[in-house]
Design a protein. Structure first.
Length: 174
C-alpha cells in the first residue's frame, strides 16, 4: 500500500495476536505509514483483565486450569486458553497509548467497549428493547473513557490521528 494513501486504518486483531511489544509497535507504525495526515488509526485490544471476568461470567472460574490460565495472563498478558479460544496477548489498558506513541501516533484516546454492562445478567433484555438499549448505550458512552473503568471492559478500542507527515519513521522489518 502506498504511503499516506488511505483515510483510516482499522486494526481488528493484529495487536492481540502479537505477543511481542516490538511487533505490535511495528503493526501500528505500518498503519501510520499508510494513513494520510489527519487520518485515523484505530485498533482493538483485549483487556488484561478479560480472562478473569470471562471465566467468572461463563461459570468456569472454579475449574483449576481455567482459573490458572486467567491469572497467568494477569502477570504477563499471555493468555493460553485451556481447550478453547486462541492464544492471545491481553493489554493492560495503560500500555496501549505508549505503543501508539512509539509508532508516531500520540494523543491516543481509549474507549472501553462493553463497560461493566456485559457482566449484568439481564444485559440481553436491555439490548433487545429499543428504549432500554438507547439508555444502556447512553450510560456506556458516559463511562467509556473513564481511566479507572477501562479494566472492566473485555475489549478496548484505541484511536489516534496521524498529526504530521511521515518524518522519517522507518517501517521496514529489521
Amino acid at each position: 500500500m502506498p504511503d499516506a494513501s488511505v483515510d483510516a486504518v482499522l486494526l481488528l486483531g493484529p495487536l492481540y495476536h502479537l505477543a511481542e511489544r516490538a511487533d505490535r509497535v511495528r503493526a501500528l507504525t505500518e498503519a501510520r505509514r499508510a494513513v494520510r495526515p489527519g487520518g485515523l488509526v484505530a485498533a482493538a485490544t483485549i483487556n488484561r483483565y478479560a480472562a478473569v471476568h470471562d471465566t467468572v461470567y461463563l461459570g468456569v472460574y472454579s475449574q483449576d486450569r481455567q482459573r490458572q490460565a486467567a491469572h497467568a495472563a494477569l502477570e504477563d498478558g499471555i493468555m493460553i486458553s485451556p481447550g478453547q479460544g486462541f492464544p492471545a496477548y491481553l493489554h493492560d489498558p495503560d500500555e496501549v497509548p505508549g505503543e501508539f506513541a512509539d509508532a508516531g501516533l500520540p494523543e491516543a484516546d481509549r474507549y472501553g467497549l462493553e463497560g461493566a454492562f456485559w457482566l449484568y445478567g439481564d444485559v440481553d433484555d436491555w439490548l433487545d428493547d429499543p428504549e432500554r438499549r438507547r439508555l444502556l448505550l447512553d450510560a456506556q458512552r458516559s463511562l467509556e473513557s473513564v481511566p479507572s473503568l477501562l479494566g472492566v471492559s473485555s475489549h478496548m478500542l484505541t484511536a489516534a490521528r496521524r498529526l504530521d507527515a511521515l518524518q522519517g519513521l522507518d517501517t521496514r522489518s529489521e
